[in-house]
Design a protein around this ligand. Sequence first.
Ligand code: PLP
Length: 460
Amino acid sequence: METRIMLPQADLPTQWYNIQADLGRPCPPPLHPVTKQICTPADLAPIFGMELLKQEVSQDRWIDIPEELQDIYRLWRPTPMQRARRLEKLLDTPAKIYFKNESVSPAGSHKPNSAVAQVYYNKQQGIKRLTTETGAGQWGSSLAMACNLFGLECVIYMVKCSYNQKPYRRILMETWQGKVIPSPSPFTASGRKILAENPDHPGTLGVAISEAVEDALSREDTRYTLGSVLNHVILHQTIIGLEAKKQMELAGDYPDVVIGCVGGGSNFSGFAFPFLQDKLTGKQTKTRFVAVEPAACPTMTRGKYTWDYGDTAKSGAPIAKMHTLGHTFVPDAIHAGGLRYHGNSPLLSLILDMGLVEPKAYNQKACFEAAVQFARTECILPAPESSHALRAAVDEALRCKAEGRAETIVFNLSGHGHFDLNAYESYLTGKMEDVPFDDAKLQAALNQCPEVDSNLCGGF
Ligand SMILES: Cc1ncc(COP(=O)(O)O)c(C=O)c1O
């Protein structure tokens, strides 16, 4: 009875998959935050590495993974696909549950898949220093690890509530020679402005992005990197789904349901898009795609598909068309710090708008209930973010039980929760709470979305 479906290292994918080639609808472009016109390469070049900008707009279906990067991927890839037989037994379901285990990477999540690529291309361009934001600390750790491998300086603005909740993530980043700054910080104009309004601001990904972009724009030798949301990040993450497809083939199975959690959309999209290609090209029509978010930050289920700023302080990050709660929305400080982003990937938002993906939201206690069940059956402690995907997988398995259907459910375990033990303690001691969602707060933030002239933004 096979539990881990392993792909030989020789079968590591050598190209990433770009879904834009198969969508039939263009992804709305980013807009300049001041002029509100479509960003030119010259607008974005001081922020992002050039090769990454090329990938951002590429319509090529397949993009080669440089050999040097393939060698680095082989440090932990291919990651296992696992069958969760013990969980199936506990749930007494006829469904088959598989999970792609991205928690085995050195940083503990899917995030290094893009970090190593972004650092590689920036280094090729001669960039010496990279800035970024991090919520849960997974992306910051991944970028610090990648910068350390390639010899670049790394500055990480870490959302303050996560910085306080997760000192060990900070130490991991520092071990890989990253400089970690709690955000909002007094070191940038956007941080100082937010601190003047509210010295106890818990920080958000939107605020940390503002600080990291401002820092990058202030120096010639520095670029900014984003751990999610953008097309090129999703592109790098498709290595997950490409491996997963080969592994399902080895298992002689194909998913009825593909599930992932969504913060900015990169692990869900990277996992799901290679399977979605089969649907778009008519090869497999039965599969459902379920994208899961926290009820405290319900971008997909309660947000609006409209133009909004990517960062809170409007300090240089572009405006994007996406599902958003409004750039001033401050989600409650739930434990899944990596899912607390007000917006979403424009590409995933478009695909949601096309009706190809079903969004779903869960409160954190329900997610931790599933996470503890998983830890006690499969022995792996999921990251709080990943527990959202797991919860949905469990609910799908319970639906299969009620309906007597032996469906194949495949979810992405985006990371482990070894640095999230205070969250587990809070759950295990009965202290964890679900905060009711404040609709008035949402409406107030949505009112802050910018007005965009459709003639200037290409008619989207
Ligand atoms: C383990 C884990 N899963 C998921 C996410 C959400 O990000 P994304 O939607 O880009 O995959 C994060 C973000 O920090 C994370 O750390």
